[in-house]
Design a protein around this ligand. Sequence first.
Ligand SMILES: CC(C)(COP(=O)(O)OP(=O)(O)OC[C@H]1O[C@@H](n2cnc3c(N)ncnc32)[C@H](O)[C@@H]1OP(=O)(O)O)[C@@H](O)C(=O)NCCC(=O)NCCS
Length: 202
Amino acid sequence: MTLAWPASYSHGPVGVRPLRLRDAQAWSEVRIRNRAWLEPWEGAPEAHGRAPWEDRHSTGVYLALLHALRREARSGRGFPFAVTWEDRLVGQVTAANVVRGAFDSATIGYWVDSEVAGRGVVPTAVALVVDHLFDVVGLHRVEANVRPENAPSLRVVDKLGFRCEGRHERYLFIDGAWRDHLTYALVREDVPRGLLHRFTAG
Ligand SMILES: CC(C)(COP(=O)(O)OP(=O)(O)OC[C@H]1O[C@@H](n2cnc3c(N)ncnc32)[C@H](O)[C@@H]1OP(=O)(O)O)[C@@H](O)C(=O)NCCC(=O)NCCS
C-alpha cells in the first residue's frame, strides 16, 4: 500500500474509489446493458472482439480484470477508479500506462452508464482523478485519446481544458477496425489550484 493507493474522493453526488470485489454484479449488469453505448468507443484486441459482448462482461471476467488492475495499482503503473453516483457504481475512470522519470505521465480512459449521462459525472470524476495524479502521485502530464467522431467525449476534454496535441492515425483497435484518435493532454502547470477547482469555478 502506498500513499497514492487506495484513494477515494467525492464532489456532490459523484465519487471515485477503487474498484472492489463486490462490484462484480453491478459492473457486469451495467456493462451488458450499455453495449450499444460503449462498444463504438472502446478499444479491444481483435481476439476479444470475436467473443460475445456478454461473455466479455461476465462477473468472472470482471474478477480477472480486477486482479490485473490491482496488480498494476500495486506497482504504481495504473489507478483503476470506479465512478459512483449517489454511491451506485455507474462507470470507471482508469489511469493507465503510468510512466515515471522525466516523462511522469499517464493515459486516462473513462465511461459512464447512459442512464446518468449528461450530468457532468465524468468531467467531475476525471477532475478528481487528475488532481490525485498531480497532487498525490506526483505526475506531470495526463493524456486522453478520443475518436474524432466521439462528440460527447470531445466535450469532456473541452470542458476540462485539455489541449489537443494532434492526431494519431489508426491508433487503437476499436469496434472491428484500427481507428484514428485525437490526443488531448493537460500538465500540472495548467492547473495550479487543481482541475476540480478550475472546472467548478467555470
Ligand atoms: C463520453 C462520456 C464519458 C461523457 O460522460 P458524461 O458524464 O455524460 O459527460 P457530460 O455530462 O459532461 O456530457 C458530455 C456531452 O455528452 C452529450 N450528452 C449528454 N447527454 C447525452 C446522452 N444522453 N446521450 C448522448 N450524449 C449525451 C452532450 O453533448 C454533453 O455535452 P454538454 O454538457 O455540453 O451538453 C459518456 O458519453 C460515455 O460514457 N460514452 C460512451 C463511452 C465513451 O465514449 N468513453 C470515452 C472514450 S474516449
